[in-house]
Design a protein. Structure first.
Length: 528
């Protein structure tokens, strides 16, 4: 479908949020934390606080082109920091608070980050690697003031009411790191211009957000999905972002939706599945809920039927990546085919192609690919021209996922074409888990694959060859799991570990993960 978006030359995506500050009483954020404390922030307050912080960033030399790594949890202050960084012209590097010291060091060194904004709870992880990161000039702390540390309030106090840098639509706004099948994570480059087509399609037409809606998008900061939905889609369209700074619990989520009259919900399939299993769903009044969308992996029909039956809302699927935006989805008002991803979104040429880059007939499984003309397509992998080149097949960016298209133009997900693991909405590269495992002195070698799971979609499964096979057992499983949690982000740890005498390999010695994946799929089908 041909779809034109007006992209001005001088543009900063923060402008789309600031314009709502003209209404002094308009609410931008409503929040509740795990202890039950609550609060609200208006658009006018959000603008005033982020303007001051942006000026403070500029005063300390963080300005246009400086790379700023942000490691913050869910909370109103996270929105302030992201907005301020964009207004200062900084290149934002989103980071999850679950990252460990090694993950942080890799990103800081790879991008040449000049500063890190980190909340007090994980400051020690940044301080641990500070000396090995020559580009890192500033560490800024949020939360409690820490001895010998620069606090975010002290940065804001540097503001001198000076004009902020002028940015252009083709300036880099974000470098978001995403897992790869080999090597370290890849830095995905997006310009400020990305926000306009994303807002118009993913925000308006998929999520169905209207001005004044109360939107709960549950993605955590540090992920591209947080930039997608809780941040840009919600605030650029003048809605109110609901933020819950607590752990996922299905009963709690349902209660919060009722308490705060949520109009638009965006969750992972795992969250939907677990909510659908709650007893006595009829006790929850979700009559305010008008739109519900899911992304990350296909949602099973049972969950869709449950939300329709109890709450009168259709949960609609969507598909996109860190490298783009919503590529395929069941848009608001579109006929739903349960189990389908939907249709290509406006402005995107999406095809199922073969190994030569040619479109395949309906019903044929092939690679999901988007034409390089797509308005939200990334601008390449930062400092990695080789992996950028490998991502394309002629004029098509190849997503790494496979699907088939039916006669009505709906796409049906078939699985990953590579070794990336999708689990509970997280994207996990096997290399990162394998790298952590082989650092343990008991491990000779290992291979990590996705193992099908009814709730999480997939879980991380590790096949491990021990140096001393007689050490295999439950104690070793727990030891290796804890080791991975310490070395890398805890969500990456292998929930299943199987000790094996050797691993299947090619003639050249490469591990055949595809064979292990097929073994797991066969076992789960047989219920083993």
């Amino acid at each position: 479908m041909d779809h034109q978006f007006h992209i001005p030359s001088v543009y900063n995506m923060a402008d789309d949020i600031d314009r709502h500050a003209e209404d002094p009483g308009k609410t931008a954020i409503v929040w509740e934390d795990a202890k039950g404390r609550t609060g609200e922030v208006t658009y006018a307050e959000l603008k005033e606080r982020s303007d001051r912080l942006a000026q403070g960033f500029c005063q300390m030399g963080l300005t246009k082109g400086s790379k700023l790594f942000i490691l913050l949890p869910r909370g109103a202050e996270t929105y302030v920091v992201y907005l301020a960084a964009l207004k200062a012209g900084c290149i934002v590097m989103p980071g999850s608070e679950m990252l460990r010291s090694g993950d942080i060091a890799y990103r800081v060194k790879h991008a040449g980050a000049k500063a890190v904004v980190v909340f007090d709870g994980i400051l020690d992880r940044v301080e641990e690697i500070r000396g090995e990161c020559p580009s890192l000039e500033h560490v800024i702390v949020t939360g409690e003031k820490m001895p010998d540390s620069l606090h975010i309030d002290e940065v804001a106090a540097l503001a001198r009411n000076q004009p902020l840098p002028r940015t252009h639509s083709d300036d880099i706004a974000f470098i978001s790191y995403t897992s790869g099948t080999t090597g370290g994570p890849k830095g995905v480059i997006h310009h400020h211009s990305w926000a306009i087509p994303h807002r118009e399609v993913a925000g308006k037409q998929w999520m169905g957000i209207g001005d004044g809606d109360r939107v709960w998008a549950t993605a955590g900061p540090g992920w591209a999905k947080w930039v997608w939905s809780p941040f840009i889609s919600t605030l650029a369209l003048g809605a109110t972002a609901f933020v819950y700074a607590g752990k996922f619990d299905p009963e709690k989520y349902l209660s919060l939706m009722q308490k705060y009259d949520i109009n638009v919900l965006c969750c992972t399939p795992t969250e939907y599945r677990m909510m659908a299993k709650v007893d006595r769903l009829d006790q929850y009044d979700l009559s305010s809920l008008r739109q519900a969308v899911s992304a990350g992996e296909p949602l099973n029909r049972e969950v869709i039927d449950t939300f329709r039956r109890y709450f009168g809302v259709e949960v609609r699927d969507g598909y996109g990546q860190t490298e783009n935006s919503l590529l395929i989805g069941t848009l608001a008002g579109m006929a739903i085919k349960p189990g389908s991803m939907g249709k290509p979104s406006p402005g995107n040429r999406v095809q199922i192609i073969d190994g030569e880059g040619r479109p395949v007939p309906p019903g044929t499984v092939g690679d999901i690919a988007v034409h390089r003309s797509a308005p939200t397509l990334f601008q390449g992998y930062y400092r990695d021209p080789e992996r950028t080149k490998q991502a394309f097949r002629g004029d098509w960016y190849v997503t790494g996922d496979q699907a088939k298209e039916d006669e009505d133009g709906y796409f049906w997900f078939e699985g990953r074409a590579d070794d990336i693991i999708l689990s509970s909405g997280y994207t996990i590269g096997p290399f990162e888990v394998e790298d952590a495992l082989v650092r343990h002195p008991a491990v000779r070698e290992c291979a990590v694959v996705a193992s099908p799971d009814d709730v999480r979609g997939s879980v991380v499964k590790a096949f491990v060859v021990l140096k001393e096979p007689e050490d295999a057992g439950g104690d070793m499983v727990k030891m290796l799991q804890d080791h991975v949690k310490q070395v890398t982000a805890p969500y990456k740890y292998p929930r299943e570990i199987e000790f094996v005498p050797d691993l299947p390999k090619t003639a050249s010695g490469k591990i055949r993960r595809v064979e292990l994946r097929a073994l797991e799929e066969e076992r789960k089908l047989r219920g083993v």
